[in-house]
Design a protein around this ligand. Structure first.
Ligand code: CDP
Length: 233
């Protein structure tokens, strides 16, 4: 029996910079708790993919309001670990580096933030959810019972992202170098933290966890124990 069956259900917000281990931790934690996992980064990535595929990206830099029509017609859904954009499985496509390069710009647009915040609140409204992103504890669910802020050294984060991209492509010629990835991650952290709307920042109540030298099992166990403290009745 998972603890979700016998104790009160809560919202767990996991925020932090790029490649700090949020999605791996959140996914495994949700499984252990019998909770729903919502990867909000996948939602921003899906909107970015749609803008790229629709040839809207260049146009948006001069006329950001053009995003409104895209948002009126976007459908993002999760089925287990798969992500669907307008009914199409985009789980792999949204992780491509061409999406990573533009996602911070798309995420800085206010209409995008407003639309996705509403979708996320609807998805998590019944509690029993682990949600990861940049602004979950600060903006989307400021009343989340457990807020965690994951960090890690940038060199370790670049190494993890490199391994992930390599595993997916199976060919290191198509994967950016470690140095390039480190620069892209730093650039994305800077844009996410500097933006006006819902910037990346640690909520004062969030528990900070540095995952630089933790294994996946260790970081999941750590957050699971924090969740047990919050759900105990
Ligand atoms: O996996 P990684 O940490 O690289 O990124 P992600 O969680 O997939 O998020 C991709 C991008 O979406 C971030 O760099 C942010 O620009 C944006 N994002 C956001 O603004 N707010 C969120 N709640 C989640 C993601």
């Amino acid at each position: 029996m998972s603890i979700g069956d016998e104790t009160r259900k809560i919202v767990i917000a996991i925020d932090g910079p790029a490649a700090s281990g949020k999605s791996t931790t959140a996914r495994l934690l949700a499984r252990k708790l019998g909770y729903i996992y919502i990867d909000t980064g996948a939602m921003y990535r899906s909107v970015t993919l749609k803008a790229l595929e629709g040839g809207l990206l260049e146009h948006l830099r001069e006329n950001p309001d053009a995003i409104e029509s895209l948002l009126d017609n976007v459908d993002i859904a999760f089925d287990g670990d798969r992500v669907f954009l307008d009914g199409r499985d985009v789980t792999d496509a949204i992780r491509e580096n061409r999406v990573s390069r533009h996602v911070s710009f798309i995420s800085s647009l206010k209409p995008v933030r407003d639309a996705l915040k509403q979708m996320q609140r609807n998805m998590g409204g019944r509690r029993g959810v682990v949600m990861d992103g940049r602004d979950i504890g600060t903006v989307v669910f400021p009343d989340a019972e457990l807020k965690v802020f994951l960090i890690a050294d940038v060199s370790e984060r670049a190494r993890r992202r490199y391994a992930e991209l390599l595993q997916k492509s199976g060919d290191n010629n198509s994967v950016p170098s470690l140095e390039e990835l480190e620069q892209e991650i730093l650039q994305r952290d800077r844009s996410d933290a500097a933006r006006t709307h819902a910037p990346l920042k640690k909520h004062e109540d969030a528990v900070e966890v540095d995952t630089s030298s933790l294994t996946i099992a260790e970081q999941v166990a750590l957050v699971y124990n924090l969740a047990l403290e919050k759900t105990a009745v």
